[in-house]
Design a protein around this ligand. Sequence first.
Ligand code: ATR
Length: 281
Amino acid sequence: MDRYAVIGNPIGHSKSPFIHASFAAQTGQTLQYEAIEAELDRFPETVRQFLAEGGKGMNVTVPFKLQAYELADRVSPRAESAKAVNTLILEADGSLTGDNTDGVGLVRDLNAHHVSIQARRVLVIGAGGAVRGVLGPILEHEPARLVIVNRTADKARELAKMFAHANPGFVGNIEGIGFEALAERAGKETFDLVINGSSASLSKDLPPLPDGLFGKQAIAYDMAYGTERTVFQRWAREQGAIMALDGLGMLVEQAAESFFLWRGVRPNTADVLRSLRAAQA
Ligand code: ATR
């Protein structure tokens, strides 16, 4: 049987085995999908061992996405722009291709909620691995403006520079700033879509965001998810966002894209997301 796995540390609560087992059942594919916790200093060895035992592909999660980018023999353009890999594919010649499906996952989930990026003013919070994975796909959908805000302002500026360079048509409309600069503009510049890609939600923290960020009919999106609404989701609704989504839909969509890369079949995501929501409730 073809074997796949998600590799991370920690990995105990991963929903990926359930998601991929559901995709396999739904599409009539015979495969096995497990969760593997790699020791922090043994990522490459753990991948090699899984492949030697018949593994055909892997999902990679925190904190190994950068190491997976380095391990792959070749990477897709979207993994190159993210400098991070969340999907490894074993090729027939034994080489490893790296791809990144996180950004597509976010964009598909936004589409599923009829949220468009085109011509919208977008604020992205955070400048770590999660954000690097989604900036390329966001820019492909031609927002009117993209501001990246991060606790360490230099990292936001660096990312803005890197992505402006890769998207020359967009120079001038992409900017990286710190939270103080964002607060200084409060009420003067508003956004239609505010995406939280910082890891603050994981520790139930709210990034230091000023009042007055949301424009009319604005949408908030937290790339994190949990059993209850995240602090960011609740804050966004209090601040006037008309919808505040969590990242569970993105998780299912990125998984579907990985499944497609491995198996050549596109699973239906809505049913699987519904089961996860039911389990969450
Ligand atoms: P990930 O792979 O999840 O993106 P990461 O690369 O460690 O993880 O990045 C975490 C991001 O969340 C960073 O942008 C971090 O800000 P710094 O670059 O200043 O470290 C941000 N972050 C973490 N905790 C935060 C908090 N309490 N408030 C605001 N931003 C936070």
